[in-house]
Design a protein around this ligand. Structure first.
Ligand code: SF4
Length: 210
């Protein structure tokens, strides 16, 4: 069965689409139908808000974070992201729980190009933490490793997205995948100049479902 919500450690990950505006050769979508030897992530059908809320369950506050993540790019289903985040925030208010739910989105940072508008103000108060895949130190390197539908427009848009995210989302991170073709020091320095956290993501291929 498709995994639309799956736990990893203390967090719950939501898988809402297979679609993405990039075609990174290292992406799990091109390597496997799943992750971590047990979750089948390829969706035969994109889940509805109701299906996702049912999969999250009655006690979302038991998770440290609820994360909109892969298989594909979650902001392609922006309305679903906003609806789920709003429901989770209101659920916790109604239950008067002192525990807060931290809601994170892992994104390629291309949503403003995809939607043709700045979507970040729409995430204010809904998303607590955004992790943006910076992926490279320059447009040239980004293009080589991400093969974006947007070509040379993509990398400057990702950098702009990170800058804009800082205005609306409390916690912002720029990340790269640990690959020899990427200059980690230069990427760390770009993140520092942007005033955001920096993370090097391990390459997880050994955990994919074969
Ligand atoms: S941006 Fe993420 S989801 Fe999209 S192709 Fe690259 S790794 Fe896969």
């Amino acid at each position: 069965m498709d995994a639309i919500a799956y736990p990893v450690g203390e967090n719950l990950y939501l898988n809402i689409t297979n679609r993405c505006s990039n075609q990174c050769p290292f992406c799990v979508r091109y390597k496997s139908r799943g992750f971590n030897q047990k979750y089948l992530l390829w969706l035969e059908q994109e889940p509805t808000v109701e299906e996702l809320m049912a999969a999250i369950g009655e006690k979302p506050s038991k998770y440290k974070e609820i994360v909109f993540c892969g298989y594909g790019e979650p902001t392609i289903r922006l309305d679903v992201v906003k609806a789920i985040a709003a429901e989770l925030k209101s659920k916790i208010q109604i239950s008067k729980s002192k525990q807060c739910i931290n809601i994170r989105i892992d994104t390629n940072g291309l949503a403003n190009l995809f939607w043709g508008r700045n979507i970040l103000p729409e995430l204010k108060g809904l998303i607590d933490f955004v992790s943006v895949s910076l992926n490279a130190e320059s447009s040239e390197v980004y293009d080589k490793i991400c093969h974006s539908f947007y070509g040379q427009k993509a990398y400057p848009a990702v950098v702009e997205f990170i800058k804009e995210a800082k205005k609306y989302i409390p916690d912002v991170e720029a990340s790269i995948v640990d690959m020899p073709t990427v200059d980690k020091e230069k990427c760390a320095s770009i993140a520092a100049d942007l005033g955001v956290k920096f993370r090097v993501r391990p390459y997880y291929e050994e955990r994919y479902v074969r």
